[in-house]
Write a protein that binds this ligand. Structure first.
Ligand SMILES: Cc1cc2nc3c(=O)[nH]c(=O)nc-3n(C[C@H](O)[C@H](O)[C@H](O)COP(=O)(O)OP(=O)(O)OC[C@H]3O[C@@H](n4cnc5c(N)ncnc54)[C@H](O)[C@@H]3O)c2cc1C
Length: 429
């Protein structure tokens, strides 16, 4: 079975490795950019995704490239704690939660794809522009000429997986009327800056005043000789809601949050001299009624781009990739495999997209702001403890991040069935 993956992001690369591990060896990843460079800032890999990377023999190398996160807390702009929870192994999960630079993770996965699948399995400067379904099954994948000019090329495949991100060309071909991603008016600045460790060195901290929000977490555990660690930071400004209000300018963001502090974390000091890797509108997509159409499907952000709440996007792309490979290995027929993958992954992702649009677990920051704009003595006086716990726990269950889900054996064994038999049939006998 020849499988083409559009996009060498985290989802596309993990899909390639999972397909290879499942015994499907004719896999090609087509990446639009001429070279894979370390763009972006930090991402979180939640324990359930570490479990899946461990099945690919990658947990140790990913672990070595970042920091373990053992605590998460939400605060108001006065630094008062609204919610705190242990994360990863500290919360009873068998696997850790890891934070690392997206570019480091992508390069590690790309190198592993080249090592395991061969140097020709991953092509850069290969932009997928669309596809044509073939009568009788399969698909013809359309590719722009190198460097965007030259004649378009075509590749025949039995399966096309669109892992080509927020502005997916595969999704656009499936849903030509959909248009641009949806913006909620929020602007996000993010980057990586060297700073002194805070709150024990393994904590993710989110602070907000209902308008501005700051998220920080370390990308390394041990400080270098200068006593500093790389820290991922993201500062966002929600839309004012006032028609014609100016968009936030590039230098507005440090000033708005520089007075915020909580415990030994001083945002002003942390962000002093920080250079934003960029500023971005916060974008997402609507849930789709269907991802899989015959020989073509979507995964990762191409399938379910969601607002960045709950540190989930990378994790869910890994789970998509594992599920896709599992179902392709389990079913001889690509269309049946892709339909089974769609049934497995789309319903929970549709729910998660909507939960994230409604602020996900970070909702408690807005609740605290609405109910106690000038702060509180005890958070339970303004938000009942049961409500706080419910926001966190129901989100974790919806995203499959709760310890019970994480510690269960992976449903994506990716075993290749004996010839002529599906994995399910082999397990049933
Ligand atoms: C450059 C970049 C920087 C990012 N930085 C961060 C960050 O700092 N923090 C964070 O939380 N998330 C970041 N993200 C998003 C994050 O990587 C994803 O939300 C998550 O990892 C899911 O990954 P994905 O593989 O589905 O999509 P993506 O990571 O978006 O990967 C999609 C890949 O497809 C490629 N591509 C796009 N169009 C085509 C095409 N037509 N043909 C072939 N290839 C195509 C892209 O170049 C990219 O390599 C970033 C994404 C990108 C592309």
């Amino acid at each position: 079975m020849k499988i083409v993956i559009a996009g060498a992001g985290i989802g596309g690369l993990v899909a390639a490795l999972s397909l290879h591990a499942a015994g499907l060896r004719d896999v090609r990843v087509l990446e639009a950019v001429p070279r894979i460079l370390p763009f972006g800032a930090g991402v979180n890999v939640q324990p359930v995704a570490v479990r899946e990377l461990a099945a690919l023999g990658l947990a140790e190398s990913v672990r070595g490239a970042g920091a373990e996160v053992t605590a998460l807390s939400y605060h108001n702009d006065l630094g008062q704690r609204i919610w705190h929870e242990p994360r990863g192994r500290a919360s009873g999960c068998v696997w850790p939660q890891l934070a690392l630079h997206r570019g480091v993770l992508q390069s590690l996965l790309a190198d592993t794809v080249r090592d395991r699948l061969g140097p020709d399995a991953l092509s850069t400067d290969a932009r997928v522009t669309g596809f044509t379904p073939l009568d009788g099954g399969g698909v013809e994948v359309l590719l722009a000429g190198p460097a965007g000019d030259g004649p378009e090329t075509r590749i025949r495949a039995d399966v096309l997986a669109g892992a080509d991100g927020l502005r997916s060309a595969v999704r656009r071909t499936l849903y030509p009327e959909e248009g641009a991603p949806r913006s909620n008016g929020t602007t996000v600045w993010r980057g990586v800056h060297r700073s002194t460790p805070f709150q024990g060195g393994r904590s993710m901290v989110v602070m907000g005043d209902g308008h501005w929000k700051a998220v920080v977490y370390p990308l390394a555990e041990r400080p270098d000789g200068d006593g500093l660690v790389p820290v991922n930071w993201a500062v966002s400004r929600a839309a004012t809601g006032e028609p014609g209000a100016p968009t936030a300018s590039g230098d507005a963001f440090p000033a708005a949050v520089s007075g915020w502090r909580c415990g030994d974390l001083r945002l002003g000091a942390l962000l002093a001299g920080a250079q934003a890797a960029g500023s971005f509108p916060m974008l997402d997509r609507d849930p789709l009624p269907r991802w899989s159409f015959g020989a073509v499907t979507l995964l990762g952000d191409a399938a379910h781009a969601m607002a960045p709440m709950g540190s989930n996007a990378t994790t869910q792309a890994v789970l998509d990739a594992r599920s896709l490979a599992h179902h392709l290995a389990a079913h001889g027929d690509p269309a049946r495999a892709l339909a089974a993958y769609d049934r497995d992954r789309r319903p929970p992702m549709n729910r998660l997209q909507l939960l994230n649009r409604a602020q996900g677990p970070e909702l408690v920051i807005d609740l605290a702001r609405e109910r106690a704009p000038h702060g509180f003595r005890r958070v339970e006086d303004v938000i009942p403890a049961a409500r706080l716990a419910d926001v966190a726990e129901s989100y974790a269950r919806a995203a499959g991040l709760d310890a019970a889900s994480v510690n269960a054996p992976s449903p994506y064994g990716c075993h290749r069935p004996p010839p002529g038999r599906s994995v399910e049939a082999a397990h049933e006998s």
